[in-house]
Design a protein around this ligand. Structure first.
Ligand SMILES: [Ca+2]
Ligand SMILES: [Ca+2]
Ligand SMILES: [Ca+2]
Ligand SMILES: [Ca+2]
Length: 155
């Protein structure tokens, strides 16, 4: 499996406006973030700091595997517009930033994590890809991603 493209599929959610910006922070266990607040006007978390703020639910400045996986599950639900529990290339394309030169196409991003090669991603396929990416990014092996480790993944 192409590791760089796998990473792309895992991180695509962070570059899409749908994934985090529209998710109300209403979970009962959510701790109010006191640092790195993301202004509501920011629709496209483009840098590592914004991605961290969007995913770091307890505000400790690092991403636990649970926080990372939870963000991927939320992203999946946002991406799956027709609620058939699969993300198609069209759904991914419509949720992503406009295609630009050098960007991996939505179909290719799905292929990189598409374990059963049906051309679409289930939640399990997305989360499994995310887990692999998490382990790879966590170069300090402390089961948390700090900002530097997150940025090393393309942020
Ligand atoms: Ca955290
Ligand atoms: Ca779908
Ligand atoms: Ca699949
Ligand atoms: Ca780490």
């Amino acid at each position: 499996m192409n590791r760089s493209s796998l990473l792309g599929i895992v991180l695509f959610a962070c570059a899409t406006p749908c994934a985090f910006a529209q998710v109300p922070n209403t979970a009962p266990d959510a701790t109010p973030r006191t640092n790195n607040p993301v202004p509501a006007s920011v629709r496209l978390p483009q840098n590592g700091e914004q991605r961290m703020a969007a995913m770091d639910r307890n505000g400790d400045g690092a991403l636990s595997e649970d926080e990372y996986e939870d963000a991927m599950r939320r992203a999946f639900r946002d991406l799956d517009a027709d609620r058939n529990n699969r993300v198609s290339p069209d759904e991914l394309a419509s949720a992503s930033a406009p295609q630009q030169d050098g960007m991996v196409s939505p179909a290719d991003r799905i292929r990189s994590a598409d374990l059963n090669t049906d051309g679409e991603l289930t939640e399990e396929e997305l989360v499994r890809g995310a887990e692999q990416a998490f382990d790879r990014l966590d170069t300090s092996n402390d089961d948390a991603l700090d900002l530097g480790e997150l940025k090393s993944g393309g942020g």
